[in-house]
Design a protein around this ligand. Sequence first.
Ligand code: ATP
Ligand code: MG
Length: 554
Amino acid sequence: MSEEKSLNFLEEIIEQDLSSGKYTRIVTRFPPEPNGYLHIGHASSICLNFGLTKKYPGYTNLRFDDTNPTTEETEYVESIKEDVQWLGFTWENELYASDYFPQLYAFAIQLIKKGLAYVDDSSSEEMAVQKGTPTEPGVNSPFRDRTIEENLQLFEDMKAGKYPDGTKTLRAKIDMSHPNMLMRDPVLYRIKHAHHHRTGDTWCIYPMYDFAHGQSDSIENVTHSICTMEFVPHRELYDWLITQLGIYPSHQYEFARRNINYTVTSKRKLLQLVNEGHVTGWNDPRMPTISGLRRRGYTPESIREFCDRIGIAKRENMVDVGLLEFCLREHLNRIALRRMVVFNPVKVVLTNYEGEGEWLDTENNPEDPNGGTRPIRFSKEIWIERDDFMDNPPKKYFRLSPGNMVRLKSAYIIRCDEVKKDEKGEVVELHCTYIPESKSGQDTSGIHVKGTLHWVNAADALQVEVREYDRLFKVEDPTDEEGDFKDYLNPNSLQVVTGYAERSLEQAVLQDRFQFIRKGYYCLDTDSTPEHLIFNRTVTLKDGWAKVQKNEAS
Ligand code: ATP
Ligand code: MG
């Protein structure tokens, strides 16, 4: 789909590494912390890591970065696996940082024995003071000069559960006046008497991110460890630990986070929306989570295309959700089955139509030569959109109005003869004449009309629930506004309406993608039952993004 593109900076590095013989194959990993569901930002990282090993020899691991027992749950692990697979990627190994706890403990002992780590009794407040500031050097902890023997004993006692939370830590012994604050004796281990979703109560000391991530990379022989820009200052510590431990030299590379407008992409914030009931769950179709997008009707192809188009960069920027929707429409236009659904109906009575009715044939997707056709029922009484009729139309109104003719999609041309109104002046019925010779595909009438309307047969239309979604937030960046980000939720992000659908939609299944003609793209919701069909609006038909692009190009 995409034209020949220049290499991104990671591809350039990898091509050099392969051609210089530094590596014969590359290993990447996607390392989510299982403390929430994956969102569209994670999709960028997934497509990047897995995409690189699709393009170059090598493989990608899925590694759960589960070193923080209090926020992690098995439910999240399961959802992450489902989401990565759904996006179309296969991992080489399913790995857990928690499986490395014994190895990480051994690494810590190794550092203590080299005189490069010590047990500190300072509280976190005291440590913060010791650290100094970016412009002032820090001061040594009073516990920094404990002997190796003492440190080994204390660390063992920490592991054995002899001390309460927060009373001791293991710190690297580097340099309290280092220009990089993260190098000022960073904490490697803390005490936490907490149950872990995989290791249970085996451990009461847990490694910090910086003492788990790089070491896990190294254990797995990861060649290119890709993370987001906020870890740039951590790279020095990443390298220091690998060098001091003498383990496999993985390398860290950073790229900018991808955020999209009118939503939030932070698991912590998304969790608040779930917990406080602003949405129905992590997979609410308004959520920017992979599971929300899936339920909304997004396709993995469209998300991959979006990630590919935005590519990677070193500078953070906000991506227009319009681009995501553009990629979605492009894909759905090719695959969606066309169906007719009327939302706000007005009855049309074809006064000259005789008999029971008939079956007409209509194509499923004009964009797909193999899309086939389906039968639709046509008879004397049909429904059209109330909006498609006007009593006193302006010039160039090509829809239905008194005396005017339109084509009913895949059916006949009709002319409006008479408008029936109730006492309040509301239109209740339109009496029309149909032109028998104007049947679609066999039209000999010689009549030319400008408007084509969608419609449904009144007698057997299905009443369905339609959930029309809009942006979750009213502003582009709710985290950049005054007050709480939740103050900017869009109160109209969900509107439930009734639709009158052609009968064939009875057979809809979850995987189906539909275009309700002249309305938008829709799919069945997971709440739907055969007795009560529920459709989600995936995206409207209007293509705001393409217009913007065209204007920019001209
Ligand atoms: P969040 O802030 O939503 O909790 P996180 O970075 O803490 O995100 P992790 O589970 O640690 O979530 O992320 C797994 C991987 O996905 C990391 O490598 C991280 O850098 C990457 N990632 C997370 N958010 C984004 C984003 N918005 N854009 C690109 N990559 C991201
Ligand atoms: Mg994180």
